[in-house]
Design a protein around this ligand. Structure first.
Ligand code: NAI
Length: 300
């Protein structure tokens, strides 16, 4: 079955280059009308122009697709509202939002200025929250929506020098976890991508030979699946070098230690069993954990 997006409208943020450009080109190739958002600027978020977004729009048009450019920052409330309004004026609906824009301000935590922490959280987290908020009512009204947030292995697992970036990237998973519940009844599916690609953002962090293997176009098929009709919801899809995987937050079965006279020493003594991940399970929502605790405590 071929995945198509005829009649669908997609916004891709940070689509002037790297992964976002690749997602935008592929969505357009598969029939979507695409809004190419990019603020321009450098990897650390300084500067800005709509030239990068304009160039990708030209590429899409040259290939016979339909697209418009939007040069506003994902953190700009007025710019975001304006982007959504322009999209509605031009195309009449919004089916897909790929939150992809991002910057880096790497430094060890000891050397990091709070300002560099705040700006990275702002672009990645609020720069996904704000566009999502701007399209949410439209998707609910339509009874259809597909949203992707872009997370990272740095958030899922850690990466030296990226406390700011890692915190922001895992915050997006938290955002997804609840949004997927709130979108369920209106057929809005929300997923996360944890990509690996050789782009201007990572070229200084990766060996040059990585360039050939880690091209953005081999990540994009994961995004296409995540925004398709048959998309899963609440999934963290990992993709890079042609490899695809799913990451999950799981919890060990754990152990009931009783409540009367409970001590920290008991927790310490039983730690191996408490932390035994052999029967670990994911949950679809937080309340399931409370349910498990009640059940284990009442059964014992
Ligand atoms: P990139 O630097 O090529 O692309 C990011 C784009 O976002 C740029 O075109 C930039 O102009 C745009 N942008 C930055 N701030 C913006 C803002 N405030 N408003 C609108 N646009 C803005 O980097 P890449 O690698 O393509 O990154 C795409 C996403 O994937 C980012 O969220 C990044 O954190 C994430 N990611 C990338 C990985 C990789 O291996 N390349 C690994 C894990 C996550």
């Amino acid at each position: 079955m071929t995945i198509r997006f005829d009649g669908k409208v997609a916004i891709v943020t940070g689509a002037g280059g790297g992964l976002g450009r690749s997602h935008a080109l592929e969505l357009a190739k598969r029939g979507a009308k695409v809004v190419v958002n990019d603020h321009g600027g450098t990897v650390d978020g300084s500067g800005g122009s709509s030239a990068a977004a304009d160039a990708v729009v030209e590429e899409i048009k040259a290939a016979g697709g339909e697209a418009i450019a939007k040069g506003s920052s994902v953190t700009d409330d007025a710019g975001g509202a304006n982007m959504v309004q322009q999209t509605m004026d031009a195309f009449g609906r919004i089916d897909i939002l790929v939150n992809n824009a991002g910057i880096l301000r790497d430094k060890s935590f000891a050397k990091m200025e709070i300002g560099d922490f705040e700006v990275v959280v702002d672009v990645h987290l609020m720069g996904s929250v704000k566009p999502t908020k701007a399209v949410w009512a439209i998707m609910k009204e339509q009874g259809y929506g597909r949203i992707v947030v872009t997370s990272s292995s740095s958030g899922l697992y850690g990466n030296f020098g990226q406390t700011n970036y890692g915190a922001a990237k895992l915050a997006l998973v938290g955002f997804m976890n609840t949004l997927k519940l709130e979108g369920q009844k209106d057929n809005i599916k929300v997923n996360a991508l944890a990509p690996v690609a050789y782009t201007r953002m990572t070229e200084n962090l990766m060996p040059p030979e990585a360039e050939q293997m880690l091209t953005p176009d081999v990540v994009t098929p994961a995004v296409i699946h995540l925004v398709s009709e048959d998309a899963p919801t609440g999934t963290i899809a990992c993709a890079g070098a042609g490899v695809f995987a799913v990451a999950q937050i799981v919890e060990s079965q754990g152990m009931y230690l009783g409540r009367e006279g409970l001590t920290a020493e008991q927790v310490a003594e039983n730690w191996e069993k408490i932390a035994d991940m052999s029967n670990a399970k994911p949950f679809f929502m937080g309340g399931e954990q409370t349910g498990k605790f009640f059940e284990m405590a009442t059964k014992s």
